[in-house]
Design a binder for this molecule. Structure first.
Ligand SMILES: [Zn+2]
Length: 263
């Protein structure tokens, strides 16, 4: 028993270091998402050019670019101009780090393609949600990335059911095209994301995604009404992204639980 205790000590340390590394890599990807959210709508290159403060334009030195930590180290201010840094930057970094850790835990340290795929799709959805929230646009490049990710997965899904994905695409994007044309109810970007959602989730999981999107979107609309927002247009991308994320992470469990209820 004592031997086991001795062995288990370093093992827990190894696991701790592994989680810390994954968390670190996740937060680093989160800071890349922040960069993409800022740069894509402005048409700035993503990979070239150093990070700079959006207020004073001064480049941020490498030692102040540690995801999340730098924000707390600088007490939420730019080191040069003292302008406040939006809390969303560290929030996105911490969220992405936590998501990476949760996925690794959920997949039992099994670094499968499925796990990396869910992480990649989630990061793309987060970028879409934030850009749509900030600018009311959904960049085509990001929708194309979702479509490519969906297409790539088709090659390793066991028992690929093409019809489920075809129905998934039509079931949600079809009615949305109608609402877009007839009432301008959805933006064209939303319709494109819905097409990608069908390809990512298939039927019936895509229905869960749109259900979550409409429910949370209604709450968002009520919030805007109560707080008397000036703009009449509400970006739907964040809610759509959230719905796809929920269906992606827990779609199978939620749908089987629901079917168990009505049976
Ligand atoms: Zn500054």
């Amino acid at each position: 028993m004592q031997v086991l205790a001795v062995i288990s000590m370093p093992l827990s340390l190894v696991i701790f270091v592994m989680y810390l590394t994954i968390f670190g890599l996740g937060t680093w990807l989160g800071s890349f998402i922040n960069k993409a959210v800022y740069r894509i709508p402005l048409g700035l290159p993503l990979l070239r050019g150093r990070s700079f403060c959006p207020h004073c334009g001064k480049p941020i030195p490498f030692y102040l670019r540690i995801p999340a930590l730098s924000y707390f180290w600088l007490r939420g201010q730019c080191a040069r101009c003292q302008e406040p840094i939006a809390w969303r930057y560290p929030a996105v970094e911490l969220f992405t780090g936590l998501l990476a850790v949760i996925l690794v835990y959920y997949y039992n340290y099994d670094f499968t393609w499925d796990m990396l795929w869910i992480f990649a799709v989630s990061c793309t959805l987060l970028t879409i949600a934030l850009i749509d929230h900030d600018h009311c646009i959904i960049p085509n490049s990001l929708v194309a990335l979702l479509v490519v990710l969906a297409w790539v997965r088709f090659y390793w899904i066991p028992e690929f059911d093409g019809l489920s994905y075809l129905v998934g695409v039509i079931a949600v994007s079809g009615p949305m095209i109608f609402f877009h044309v007839a009432f301008h109810g959805f933006g064209l970007g939303d319709v494109k994301v819905a097409v990608a959602a069908g390809m990512l989730l298939g039927f019936p999981k895509v229905l869960l995604a749109i259900f979550v999107a409409l429910m949370t979107g209604s709450l968002g609309a009520i919030y805007r009404l109560v707080n008397q927002y000036e703009e009449t247009y509400m970006p739907f991308g964040p809610y759509l992204s959230l719905g796809i994320f929920v269906a992606l992470i827990a779609g199978d469990q939620i749908i089987s639980a629901y079917l168990g209820l009505i049976r």
